[in-house]
Design a binder for this molecule. Structure first.
Ligand code: SF4
Length: 679
């Protein structure tokens, strides 16, 4: 893992995990494509030939072929020489620079004057108008031969430099085991012309000068409050010259809007995404609380990004079409700070799905318990997950700590002990500023020592010099990080830890702790299980008997209407059914995630539950995933909650009979189980 310390109690590295990280940092240059365009065969021999073996080299000899290959193959770099007839090179250069697909591809203009070539490639007036990354002149007169001139150009180095500029610095940093990556979170707020937004861009410019921050992240309607759009600001961050990390909350957008947003980001060269569930909408929307969307969850956003990176396949005019692949880099969040066993396990179950869906990095929720940070790393090792994690270093002032402590900022865990320490700290003349910065640096140091991949620094009113202090001090302290662990001993009352405690250092042993929580099996759950086995298991006799009836009912409007009516009545009374038609009751131990989870989470808990209560209904309704865990535990089936990914609800089935949809092979469960319509 990254960094790493000499802590005895850290789990022995498993042989199956690559010690030192999660793969190579730089993308293999042999996978990089270079398009060499020119009409003169010697040009290809010399230029293309000098790159063979280092890159995938493609050739084009005319304007139309060059344009077609640039659009179709999307090379990483273009080397443009003389193209017949005169004027074509200039025209092609303009088309490439202005083209939607090709405008971001770096161009190296190579002005090679070969013996026998009647005239130069372009006029001096054309040359003045060119807008390329580099202009290279091959002048055989100076160097004796064209081949020697090409050598003197140091083409490989030049291409490497340009590819480096095109690379994704955040991705490179996160994946490089020798770099401790730093991201800085910005909260630009509501409005279009606000002073807060000036501060954000001041920070971004100064951060770029610091040279220590690998990406600026921009929140997406934080706290469920409307704010200026993260994607628009991230495109601006990119223009300013810093790599952005887009927070993508599922709260306000349906799947099509998310897909649109991802296309827009990819096309503007914004590649880093943090997929989040999002806080529940606040009441601060225009004319009241907005409609919560939550059409997709982060697990399915990661699946979508992965599909887009492969080249999303879809149907258009009855034909299968594959889109050009994107180059998005997607991460997710997790909270190891949950108090109850059920809440914590629900977090890890969902994290497993996120990783299996294709998440490339993880950022933790806000918390200050070193043992919990250690637990997350142990859980990853135990499950053989080789994925980088960034610690959330939130610079915590006393007023915010009080709010987090009283659950006014869902998901952020600050214990009573920490609040009282901060209350003391706030009495200092600097109101505790030095103390909270030092605490942040210590957390940075501990995370680095534990093998975290980086730090995600956040907080209100943070200046670049504060961030720089945390980095510098954190680096300095990281050598002796184990000595700091005792300062981050903030267990929650009766808080559950996945591993037994190591009393020597205050972290975890590699022994899994007993899971003491009591199961809870309401009668409705017992009856639901019996009904399910009888009616919906393929091997059941009743299921086989009902299949032909289902087929008949499916084509009989009257029978269908009657069935839909009775199903809806029964399931409304028993499960508060919304009649979504793509029933997920079975996936959540017969607690309906569509009606009982305000965020419609079908793959696991959001990060907002508190002491087992739902984020949206504290002290009134238990989180559906807590209920599901407690039910399944009675049958020792709680681990089934991590077994498979549930797709987002198929709204084509809305207000139809989910029973019929299952029997006819239409809903997600039938598809997962391979149930085909009865013949
Ligand atoms: S039921 Fe659970 S997952 Fe759903 S909103 Fe509440 S806390 Fe989040």
């Amino acid at each position: 893992m990254k960094g790493g310390g000499g802590n005895d109690c850290i789990l022995e590295q498993d042989e199956s995990i690559k010690i030192g990280g999660w793969g190579t940092s730089m993308e293999n240059s042999k996978n990089r494509k270079v398009l060499v365009i020119g009409s003169i065969p010697e040009f290809h021999e010399l230029i293309g030939g000098s790159l063979q073996g280092q890159f995938e080299v493609m050739d084009a000899s005319s304007e139309s072929e060059g344009l077609a290959k640039a659009r179709g193959e999307r090379p990483d770099i273009i080397l443009l020489g003389y193209v017949d007839p005169r004027g074509s090179s200039f025209r092609l250069h303009k088309k490439l620079r202005e083209g939607w697909i090709t405008k971001h591809i770096p161009q190296l203009i190579v002005d090679a004057h070969f013996p026998g070539q009647p005239q130069r490639a372009w006029t001096s007036q054309e040359a003045m108008q060119m807008d390329a990354e580099e202009y290279l002149m091959i002048s055989p007169d100076d160097a004796g031969s064209v081949a020697e001139s090409v050598k003197a150009l140091k083409l490989l180095e030049r291409i490497d430099t340009r590819l480096g500029e095109k690379a994704n610095p955040l991705k490179e940093a996160i994946l490089n085991p020798n770099i401790f990556c730093v991201t800085w979170e910005q909260i630009p707020g509501r409005g279009a012309f606000e002073i807060q937004q000036e501060h954000v861009f001041d920070n971004i410019r100064k951060a770029a000068n610091l040279g220590k921050i690998h990406a600026i992240s921009v929140t997406d309607n934080p706290g469920g409050n409307p704010a200026i759009s993260t994607e628009m600001l991230c495109a601006e961050v990119k223009r300013v010259g810093t790599e952005p990390l887009v927070h993508l909350a599922c709260r306000d957008k349906n799947r099509s809007q998310i897909e649109s947003m991802l296309y827009g980001l990819a096309a503007s060269g914004v590649r880093n995404i943090l997929a989040l569930t999002g806080d529940y909408p606040s009441a601060e929307g225009f004319e009241g609380k907005p409609k919560p969307v939550f059409d997709m969850d982060p697990v399915n956003v990661v699946r979508l990004v992965e599909a887009m990176n492969r080249g999303l396949e879809h149907h258009a005019m009855g034909k299968k079409v594959a889109l050009a692949p994107t180059d998005l880099f997607v991460g997710v969040c997790v909270s190891p700070f949950k108090q109850l066993e059920s809440e914590l396990m629900a977090q890890y179950y969902k994290l497993k799905k996120k990783i299996e869906a294709g998440a490339k990095f993880i950022i933790t929720q806000i918390g200050y318990d070193a043992r919990k940070y250690h637990e997350l790393m142990q859980w990853l090792r135990l499950n053989h997950f080789d994925i980088p994690v960034l610690v959330n270093v939130y610079i915590l002032p006393y007023p915010t700590a009080k709010m987090m402590n009283s659950n006014k900022i869902p998901g952020c865990v600050v214990t009573d002990k920490l609040v009282s320490e901060l209350a003391e700290e706030a009495k200092a003349p600097d109101k505790g500023k030095a103390g909270r910065l030092l605490r942040s640096a210590k957390l940075y140091a501990i995370a680095k020592g534990m093998g975290y991949a980086g730090a995600h620094i956040g907080g209100h009113g943070i200046s670049p010099d504060m961030v720089e202090y945390i980095i510098t001090k954190g680096e300095e302290l990281s050598k002796d990080w184990e000595e700091l662990v005792s300062e981050f001993d903030y267990p929650q009352p009766d808080g559950f830890y996945l591993f037994e405690k190591d009393p020597k250092i205050g972290l975890n042993t590699d022994v899994l702790a007993k899971r003491p929580s009591k199961s809870s099996v309401p009668l409705i759950y017992k009856l639901s299980r019996i009904a399910h086995v009888t009616l919906f298991e393929e091997k059941s006799r009743v299921f086989k008997m009902l299949r032909p009836i289902a087929r008949w009912a499916d084509v009989s409007p009257r029978a269908k209407a009657v069935l839909e009516f009775f199903e809806h009545m029964a399931k409304t009374v028993l499960f508060h059914c919304l009649n979504c038609g793509d029933c997920a009751l079975f996936d959540v131990a017969f607690v309906c995630p569509m009606s009982q989870c305000p965020k419609s989470q079908r793959n696991g808990a959001c990060g907002g539950s508190y002491q087992g209560w739902c984020e949206v209904y504290p002290d009134k309704q238990k989180c559906v995933w807590v209920q599901a865990y407690d039910r399944l535990k009675a049958y020792q089936e709680e681990n089934s909650l991590e077994e498979y990914i549930v797709p987002p609800c198929n709204w084509e089935l809305w207000q139809t009979s989910s029973w019929l949809n299952f029997y006819m092979g239409r809903d997600h469960t039938a598809k997962r189980l391979g149930i085909k319509p009865p013949s």
